[in-house]
Design a protein around this ligand. Structure first.
Ligand code: HEM
Length: 126
């Protein structure tokens, strides 16, 4: 299987991931109903986000935690949603890529998801 090593690889990974996300019973509503995502804008942001994490390109400028708080206020983002998000991400990475960057993509996503789940939970208690 292929190594995860270029912008094109990331584009394939992110596109394949969101194909699963938008039809997923557990988390699709956040994207389709709550945030009403503009995919032409969101996808390039996600390519840059992962390019920055994996290749240190620094092409992503944004606040990845911050955008989730308003969504969490409309519909609680709970542990079960994060578990499903991570499951879909892990499956998509493993279906397409192998090697160190593929492992890092899974490991980083798991860590960010953990932190995000914690922050969303705290925010709902304030
Ligand atoms: C239950 C889990 C999650 C849900 C439902 C969710 C949902 C969303 C939604 C609806 C957006 C806004 C899209 C838009 O309107 O432009 C977004 C943006 C984003 N998400 Fe998530 N997300 C989740 C977890 C994660 C995780 C674990 C990560 C990182 C590994 C992540 C990274 C991002 C980034 C980088 C953006 C773009 C931020 C920007 O605009 O600069 N998300 N997410």
């Amino acid at each position: 299987m292929k190594k995860l090593e270029s912008r094109e690889d990331i584009e394939l990974l992110v596109n394949s991931f969101y194909k699963k996300v938008i039809i997923d019973e557990t988390i699709s509503s956040f994207f389709n109903d709550i945030a009403n995502v503009n995919w032409d804008k969101h996808l390039p942001k996600m390519y840059s986000f992962w390019e920055t994490i994996l290749f240190g390109q620094m092409s992503y400028k944004g606040n990845p935690m911050g955008v989730h708080f308003p969504i969490n206020e409309i519909q609680a983002m709970e542990q079960k949603h994060f578990d499903r998000w991570v499951e879909l991400w892990k499956t998509t990475v493993e279906e397409n890529f192998t090697g160190e960057n593929a492992d890092t993509a899974i490991y980083k996503a798991e860590n960010i998801a953990k932190l995000m789940a914690f922050k969303m939970d705290i925010a709902r208690r304030l």
